[in-house]
Design a protein around this ligand. Sequence first.
Ligand code: UD1
Ligand code: CA
Length: 451
Amino acid sequence: MATALIVLAAGMGTRMNSDLPKVLHQVAGAPLLVHALKSAAQIEAARCIVVAGHGAEAVGKAAKSWDETIELVLQPEQKGTGHAVDMARTALADFTGDVIVLYGDTPFIQPETLAAMQAARRDHDVVVLGFSAKDPGRYGRLVMEGDSLQRIVEYKDATETERAITLCNSGVIAADCTQLFDLIAQISNANASGEYYLTDVVGLARAHGLSATAVTCDEAETMGINSRAELAQAEAAFQARARANLLADGITLTAPETVFLAHDTVIGRDSVIEPHVVFGPNVTVESGATIRAFCHLEGCHVSRGAVIGPYARLRPGAELAEDVRVGNFVEIKNAILDEGAKVNHLSYIGDAHVGAASNIGAGTITCNYDGVMKHRTEIGARAFIGSNTMLVAPVRVGHGAMTGSGSVITRDVPDDALAVARADQQTKPGLARKLFEMLKAKKAKRDMRAE
Ligand code: UD1
Ligand code: CA
């Protein structure tokens, strides 16, 4: 049966104390909203609707840049979760199938959990995702009778007995689309908050003779983010899980707790990641690569057998082929390094192509920016770039060509040619000694005056 997702993301998130809408704060390099959409994507929903309000424009942009088929509806005023879902009524008017409601600020719900809810829908009209809370705090409480969910009470409206219940509402709910909107139309706001509670659909369903139940999951999955402290906890939880997954997948992390991964980091088996490495979004590392200590990688690809760092920075568009070496204090941006190329020390390679087995000497810089535009540097295969060469782009150094150390290369160098572009050396016999004597005499005179 087709499923439509509704992701609630209209709230302001006052406790974040931020200009940024809450759901756009990031965990592991992706907005909270994207995390929610990602697990949802795995259940292959036919439709996905994001309900936006505060910062709707930015929220919509983030959602669309993740997946442009996502539909956006506006909740101009936040009158409660029931009211928020109601905003999707028109968009889903001709939809037949199930609806699952998720929260944009609850990033860790697993696809398997959503699948379990879909399965439970076969026997029940309304399925709610619950969890046993260590500290139930202000969560809504699930009032059960055996397997049957009777209703959900919000903390504010609960009696002492109800508050003693530890089975809590995650906020995720699944029901038939038409039935859900029929029930939502009957919700009132006569409660302690004066809001339209989505949670009221359970009691209403029961009153109409429909059945409801709860599926449960681990509390870690239902973690919602309301403050910077919770954001930091969510980051820590994500990192702990991601590191454990890598270790299980056969990747060596010398000091796992010092390695930071992005939501989409992919690392192949038998790679070694040394301490203090940070992965930004969109990095893939093939099997058997080594990332040495203190590297920063984002938007790049590292092939089999390559060795990066220590202290290297790979920026977006860095594509390193097999057995490439990138050493200390080297920055690579938007550049392809072919098989076996070496850039071992103190260099900047940007907007460039470095051919196979070429060696880039220490201190080489591709001068790719003229203050207005970016230009490309092409280096052929088996080339040797002497230390401290400035390659003023656009420029090409041919296959098997060489540049002399300290050269400023402004014109193309043909294949197999040597280019030297620096002032000629002049050597003056005895002049150094003379100069030293003169300077020492000058200093002695000055010291005498000072006494
Ligand atoms: C809600 C549930 C509660 C549950 C808890 C789990 C209701 C009435 N209560 O409470 O049972 O235990 O989540 O975290 O549903 N939102 C909108 N528009 C609105 C109101 C909310 O988009 O008008 C969005 C928020 O941005 C947020 C989500 O819905 O992403 C939940 O809203 P929030 O106000 O945090 O609900 P809680 O009071 O925490
Ligand atoms: Ca909340």
